[in-house]
Write a protein that binds this ligand. Structure first.
Ligand SMILES: N[C@@H](CCC(=O)N[C@@H](CS)C(=O)NCC(=O)O)C(=O)O
Length: 215
């Protein structure tokens, strides 16, 4: 195992600040108490070196010695192998935490992201496309997640990477007020984001991009 280096953009516009996905990695690293440093890659002029770490030209990626990993979910799984604060040692709880981590990305974020993208277009809120995506997110995902979150503090017993990913995905939904009919989901986001590790991760990301404005 080597030094942990997290790479994010050197700058982003105001709107995504606080929501750039490096916050998930920062959060996990802070929860685990693992030392790391943050490096940057140009946002505006993405070079081959960037694509060699992240084939879509996105962020984040993490290097751990000579291992380079992209995809926030894969990064958190990797870190989970380094700390039982992120993935419990008990095999049953561990597989539950992993399934919720994948569910956050592959069931909930896959439903919220298309609506998120649409919301930045001229598409009308009552258009057939908007309605289909909205119904999919609410009826087939958020409405089912609500009773799960009403019945437990964290998704897999103890707090885990499943919660980091689910809370971060839901945090964006909350920003768009898509959680207004789901009090347990809002309470879960509030609980998760009240953790000191999240507060540090969030503040560090905001400070990182604020510093970039000045340079
Ligand atoms: N599935 C990827 C998504 C990464 C992603 O969407 N990153 C955003 C920042 S939060 C990005 O790089 N956006 C710029 C772009 O797509 O060009 C992950 O979870 O790491």
């Amino acid at each position: 195992m080597g030094d942990l280096v997290l790479t994010t953009y050197d700058w982003v516009p105001e709107w995504p600040r606080g929501f750039v996905r490096d916050v998930r990695v920062r959060w996990a690293l802070e929860e685990a108490g693992l030392p790391y440093r943050v490096e940057s890659t140009p946002f505006k002029d993405r070079q081959a070196q960037h694509f060699s770490h992240q084939p879509f030209g996105q962020v984040p990626w993490l290097t751990d010695g000579d291992i380079s990993i992209f995809e926030s979910g894969a990064i958190l799984l990797h870190l989970g192998n380094r700390s039982d604060k992120l993935l419990p040692a008990d095999p049953k709880r561990r597989s539950e935490a992993i399934e919720w981590a994948i569910a956050a990305l592959n069931s909930v974020e896959m439903a919220s992201l298309p609506l998120f993208i649409l919301s930045f277009t001229q598409e009308k809120r009552d258009s057939p496309g908007w309605k289909v995506l909205e119904e999919f997110l609410h009826k087939h995902r958020l409405a089912h997640l609500e009773p799960v979150l009403a019945g437990r503090e964290w998704l897999a017993g103890a707090f885990s990477i499943g919660d980091i990913l689910m809370a971060d995905v839901l945090r964006l939904c909350d920003r768009f007020e898509w959680l207004k009919d789901y009090p347990a989901s809002r309470a879960y986001v509030a609980r998760a984001t009240a953790r000191p590790a999240f507060a540090k991760a969030y503040a560090d990301q905001m400070a990182f991009f604020a510093k970039a404005d000045k340079s």
